[in-house]
Design a protein around this ligand. Sequence first.
Ligand SMILES: [Zn+2]
Length: 188
Amino acid sequence: MVRLAGFAGLVAGAFSMAAGEYVSMTAQKELLHRELDVERKSLRVSPKQELAELVAVYEQRGVRREVAEEVAEALMSDPERALETHSREELGVNPQQTGEPKKAAASSFVSFAVGAVIPLLPWFFISGVGAIVGSIVLGTVSALAIGWGLGVATGRPPWKGALRQLGIAAVAAAVTYGVGSLLAMKTS
Ligand SMILES: [Zn+2]
């Protein structure tokens, strides 16, 4: 029973998590594209002001004025490169890399599924208090380890990854438990 309920919770949770990630990434991407459009337009409408902006950015970083002007002018001569430079300096993004909602959704799905399936494992072998304790210990340790590993792999602070994965696992456990209780009520 616990296994079936847990599996149902896992599927439900992983899908809703992936859907949430997809929606929020898509919204973020659209916002970014709007900001890029604004930048593209102002490059066309007021190139002088945009040039001055870029010169100011480089001067702020300690580049001499003449050099900053020369670099900025060179970068501004090609519209594509101008947009790329402006969006990187002002919005902190590369227009070619505005996020991949599908990839993010897939990785959320996998993190959730893994976070939910590991605590289920003890139930295949034992039951009762032993299985509950086993679930909690396995779930916590594996979440921290997976999160840490993901952090290292993606070049982000490992402890942040560990805490994030622990949070996902906790939600996964709560959803699994909730769906499980509902199923148990229905079938008993
Ligand atoms: Zn600009």
